[in-house]
Design a protein around this ligand. Sequence first.
Ligand SMILES: [Zn+2]
Ligand SMILES: [Zn+2]
Length: 145
Amino acid sequence: MVIKMAKNTDNKRIAVKHVRDKAKAAYEKSDHCCICGTSQDLELHHTHSITILLNNWAHLKGYDISTDDGILAVRDEFIEAHHKELYDDVFTLCNPHHVKLHSIYGKAPSASSAPKQAIWIARQKAKLEGNDVPTKNLGTFSSFY
Ligand SMILES: [Zn+2]
Ligand SMILES: [Zn+2]
């Protein structure tokens, strides 16, 4: 929904929204959840938090993204510089699986957890398909049931 009247304190969120809106247009969302295959309630998950990437990048560059004009002026540059994170490191997930992932890795997962998230997704998928997956790095709990 449009948040034109939002206060300045909300602008960090709005900045991310501007980036998402633009990036989404170029990204082809898959038509099914990459874990369970449903086509219902699909959402796009970035293993790198766009919020963190954007804020760090703007800080490094010395850009002011606290206003709409500020973020719109540098949005394309941000997207150019983060193609991999925006278009490659993404998963289409159904809402329940997306919520579950964030309940484990947090609202804005740290960059270092990106590989773990990918492994988690692969494991959930394998589980649903009834395949055994290597559990070596994932503790011993699952080998006991
Ligand atoms: Zn799913
Ligand atoms: Zn997500």
